[in-house]
Design a protein around this ligand. Structure first.
Ligand code: HEC
Length: 230
């Protein structure tokens, strides 16, 4: 290859390079990038955090559920609490207070534990840890008591909470199991427990199959609101 031929090829290669470089520059102006304001796309998912004003849960009829609660399942569930809580008599405080006898104990009252201001404020309103209050607290501690130090996500399943409460009750609990009140359990929306007279619940006709069925089978708001005729 003579020098001249070489120069010709080299020139051609160089010129091509310039053209390509020029095109790259130009195309930047032609195809302007569209600014992305929202990364990705929005998928509407309902969060299940337990925070916020969720529909109120029907309170369990403690006189009924505690009699059939599975204490050993509750013990298994308590494994989730054990990193912070001991439930033995005279056991130590950990990240959380010792829970021996917590069922029936005043909130925020265990000796030697530095409770949060949130728990102290709760204790000022609520004199005793009864079944229902533990049930609601353990569902989502931080949603239930603002400022609590109990950084635990919560037990969402009602039966997990019932079983763990039965386990805690077996560990020094001082509250009796209340009398069953099947009428309130069968028609939960009809009568808040306070309205239901205990002697009405004890009467056999309160537990009549036809009286109990509509509420038990289909807890429809309409059906439940209609007061039992007898
Ligand atoms: C990450 C640690 C942690 C876990 C896990 C945890 N707790 Fe707690 N718990 C605490 C702390 C801390 C407190 C004290 C809260 C305060 O002072 O605000 C507490 C308080 C309590 C109280 C009130 C005690 C009292 O003396 O007033 C109960 C009841 C309770 N926990 C039950 C449970 C149960 C049941 C579980 C398991 C399902 C559980 N906790 C899991 C840390 C924890």
């Amino acid at each position: 290859m003579s020098d001249l031929t070489f120069n010709k090829y080299a020139g051609a290669v160089l010129a091509t390079a310039f053209v390509i470089a020029g095109l790259v520059q130009l195309s930047g102006g032609v195809f302007s990038e569209e600014k992305v304001t929202k990364p990705g796309f929005v998928v509407a998912v309902q969060e299940e955090t337990g925070a916020g004003p969720a529909a109120p849960e029907v309170p369990p009829d403690w006189g009924t559920v505690l009699k059939t609660a599975d204490v050993s399942a509750g013990q298994a569930t308590f494994a989730k609490c054990q990193s912070c809580h001991n439930a033995d008599s005279g056991g130590p405080n950990g990240t959380g207070p010792n829970l021996w006898g917590v069922v029936g104990r005043a909130p925020g009252s265990h000796a030697g534990f530095a409770y949060s201001d949130g728990m102290k404020a709760f204790a000022a309103k609520q004199p005793v840890w009864d079944y229902q209050h533990i049930y609601e607290f353990v569902k989502g501690p931080q949603a239930y008591i603002q400022g609590t130090k109990m950084t635990f996500v919560g037990l969402k399943q009602p039966e997990d909470r019932i079983n763990v409460i039965a386990f805690l009750r077996d560990h020094g609990g001082t509250l009796p199991i209340p009398a069953p009140n099947p009428a309130a359990a069968a028609a939960p929306a009809a009568a808040p427990a306070a309205d239901a007279k205990p002697d009405a619940a004890a009467k056999p006709d309160a537990a009549k199959p036809d009286a109990a069925k509509p509420g038990a089978e289909a807890p429809k708001a309409d059906a439940a609101k209609t007061p039992p005729t007898k």
